[in-house]
Design a protein. Sequence first.
Length: 443
Amino acid sequence: MEINYSFMMEEFLKEKGIKPEDIREFEPEAAKAHKMIQERGFSELAFLDLPFQDTREIEDTGRWIREKAEYFLILGIGGSALGPRVLLDTFKKTHRPNVFIYDNVDPGTLDRILRHIKLKDTVINVITKSGTTGETVASFMILWDSLKKEGLRPEEHIVITTDPEKGPMRRIAKEYALRSLSIPSGVVGRYSVLSPVGLLLASVLGVKPQELLEGARQVHKRCTVAELKENPAYMFGSLLHLMDKKFSRRINILMPYSDALKSFSEWFCQLWAESLGKNGKGLMPYPSVGAVDQHSQLQLWIEGPDDKVVIFIRIEDYGVDYKIPEIFPDIKEFAFLGGHTLSKLIQAEQEATALSLMKAGRPNITISINTISPTTIGELFHFFEIATAFTGILYGINPFNQPAVEEGKLYTRAMMGSPDLEDRLREVMSVREKANYKIGYRP
Ligand code: PA5
């Protein structure tokens, strides 16, 4: 993995770029953040230990599921679903088991899944660190009831992934003797993909968890060193922080040139947004995919407001390739493509996009990985997690909590009849009555 940040620099962007001395002057701030990480200033930095975990229990459970299940259904949301989805999109090769991730509580989606699967041949993995997330709990309750109604025993069909000690899901796992895996207590949702949250699915898909962790270990070695100039994750975070501080560029677009990594953009967006958006500070992530968004978003990025940094992920080797045939020699708009490969085309598009942004004075970074494999995906996960924690510390915020989302959860619980929240419900009713600026029609 290599990061080319040339097109963030003054040499290419002139007055719109970062000067080498800006980076030098930033070293003491980076050193402070490094100290905080080294001293584990937040207990949630426990995610740094994940690359070194023992995965035998996860592999045994994965083997049991592979042997038993036609269908594997994950229930979870946020950090308990976005990481698994990356692994599913990246490594799903075989037909069996057929994997579904149900995160949103959209009844239409659940209906489609339930029509497709046979519960007697299904293993359900309920993933929730807290054990209290409404969406996950609701779908768990529906599936539990459905199993019972079909005369099936939950202990043969459910694996719980939750906190080792705390929360109602751990209580249920104990009470009903369900199979379970533990998310280490210090590891929070969006930093948990390299725990059983993602590793069980990896194992079900036939990917060795230790291969993912090997990539994470490689990153760990490079991205925990003190020197800013030697540490790719610190450099990445510092540059994006400087782009905000110096030029108010606060939108960070992640653009992998790979369909398989589209969901990686979404995983990054949760990590970056929920970790950094606090106390009026933060960087706004935007999920993208190349080359598709060149034909959708690029115009805005080049000529619209100068408030963005584009982060490319470039793939050096796609593992497979197709040659474009040398046909239609008389049509010059076609002929130049003949004889080249699709990978050469998509790589040229990535480089061309980086260049055209740079030429317009728009900053961008290119992260190159050799190929898409368990090791490189493990690298990417751990790289972005370290970079996010570091960047949050630079901003002086807690990159591991999400206090602002609690308010909405309380209103939802009140509307769903939670007895301890009658005051909230009264508040909802009174606002509903007053909120009358309406336009449109109902059929
Ligand atoms: O990053 C986080 O901690 C959150 O976004 C959680 O992942 C999300 O709220 C789901 O929480 P839980 O795993 O407790 O159900």
